[in-house]
Design a protein around this ligand. Structure first.
Ligand code: FCB
Length: 449
């Protein structure tokens, strides 16, 4: 039971959540810049205008990463910072920012893992229909080409999309996230198709413009499923439940397989095709080929999961959580087993090297009298989750782990309410303080390196 040799230890962030500089140096607006300025969209009217001011403080932040011994850093590019309209004219100042960031990371031997899209849709593209417009496949492809051309001389690890489940489900189904819409199911499924095709096109373009061999994957999310016991029946039930498609059209995005199967296996699960038959757009053979353009790695964000047992009628059954079940400060269940069974089942099905692209906890962190942040809950969380990841490393080809997140940051519609960082950020002074968990993670990395 041990992690692989040269295991990649990192932290993850995303551009809108930390950068700020929302209108700096020729950057265009994205849907979050606009959404946050509307009334009653985000907790207490917070915005990411300044966020952690990482745009100006990136050197200090990379230095922190180096102090913690991080081997890798997963960050996203703010599409409208490099292409203010989403396509066409390049903003060289934006390119320079990411280029300098990459150089700075490399100076400290930290490997960049770049996410192309962590929900930063340029507002100009939104006005042209955004994910509804089939042109987005080429817009995203051209953006990928630009990023590959400019950065792949130094950065060779890429994730195309972060959590399509969320940016479609929360952005266009419930409307909790930007752009805050409630689209008809038929339209959501057109977006689903465009998202999948855009992923495939980006994979092609990243490769076409690459100056080095690349490792490319996607970073979806999902609630994992773990068996109530180690009996074969319960394990089978958990596996089935993990790849199950919710029947309700209001929840259709919350699944693994309608997103990852077409990309990784070149086909949709039958259950999905049956359940949504009347709403689905037509897929040609060429579409499926594009969507399943081969990738090298498989990313998965894993925060929690459900306990599953085989029911009496031989269908999976969710075990009710006992009273007092541990929960994070933003009310997510704490389920370390999800970091064992998630990679286990995902590797079984997709057979590609796995990276845990996000995992972490929101906790009620505050500064103690001694000036430190004693976030014992986060240490306990990481310790328990990672012990499961270490254990599954014998069974699944797990290559890396990115803790979410390096810094406390802008947590979407919850603004600055939820602190996910291992580094505490005072949003008034922009002062950074290592929490106890950062020191713990540093030791953990050094022990396992
Ligand atoms: C994930 C998002 C990430 C962050 C964490 C807490 O769903 O990818 O940006 O908000 O949750």
């Amino acid at each position: 039971m041990a992690y692989q040799k040269d295991f990649i230890w990192g932290c993850a962030t995303s551009s809108y959540q930390i950068e700020g500089g929302y209108n700096a140096d020729g950057k265009g607006l994205n849907i979050w810049d606009v959404f946050c300025k509307e009334e009653n969209r985000v907790f207490e009217g917070h915005t990411g205008d300044v966020a952690c001011d990482h745009y100006h403080k990136y050197k200090e932040d990379v230095k922190l990463m180096a102090d913690l011994g991080l081997k890798a850093y997963r960050f996203s590019i703010n599409w409208a910072r490099v292409l203010p309209n989403g396509y066409g004219k390049v903003n060289e100042a934006g390119i320079k920012f990411y280029s300098d960031l990459i150089d700075c990371l490399l100076e400290y031997n930290i490997t960049p893992f770049i996410t192309l899209y962590h929900w930063e849709l340029p507002y100009e593209l939104h006005k042209r229909g955004g994910w509804m417009n089939p042109d987005i496949v080429e817009w995203f492809g051209d953006y990928a080409a630009l990023i590959s051309d400019r950065f792949s001389d130094r950065a060779t690890n890429f994730f195309t999309l972060n959590e399509p489940q969320c940016f479609i489900g929360l952005g266009y189904n419930t409307g909790e996230h930007a752009p805050g819409l409630k689209a008809p199911i038929r339209d959501q499924l057109i977006m689903h198709q465009n998202v999948l095709k855009a992923h495939g096109r980006a994979v092609q373009k990243l490769r076409e413009y690459a100056h080095n061999p690349l490792q490319i994957g996607i970073a979806p999310t999902g609630s994992m499923c773990y068996p109530a016991s180690t009996s074969k029946e319960d394990i089978d039930a958990a596996r089935t439940a993990l790849f199950d498609i919710p029947a309700s059209i209001n929840e259709w995005t919350w699944n693994v397989s309608a997103w990852s199967d077409p990309i990784m296996l070149g086909s949709f699960p039958d259950q999905f095709l049956k359940q949504f038959e009347q709403y689905l757009p037509h897929y040609t053979e060429a579409d499926m080929k594009l969507i399943s353009e081969p990738t090298d790695i498989y990313g998965q964000n894993i925060y929690n999961g459900k306990e599953i047992r085989m029911g009496k009628d031989h269908t999976p059954e969710t075990v009710e959580r006992r009273p007092g079940f541990p929960m994070t400060s933003n009310n997510w269940p704490i389920t370390p087993e999800s970091l064992y069974w998630g990679p286990y089942f995902l590797y079984e099905r997709y057979k590609k090297p796995i990276y845990i692209t996000e995992n972490g906890i929101a906790a009620p962190d505050f500064i103690s009298k001694d000036g430190s942040i004693h976030d014992g809950g986060r240490i306990n969380f990481l310790d328990q989750y990672l012990s499961r990841l270490e254990k599954v490393s014998d069974k699944a080809d797990v290559r890396g782990y990115f803790q979410w997140s390096l810094l406390d940051n802008f947590e979407w519609n919850f603004g600055y309410r939820d602190r996910f960082g291992i580094v505490y950020v005072d949003f008034e002074t922009q002062e950074r303080t290592l929490k106890d968990s950062a020191l713990w993670y540093k030791e953990y990395i050094s022990y396992h390196s």
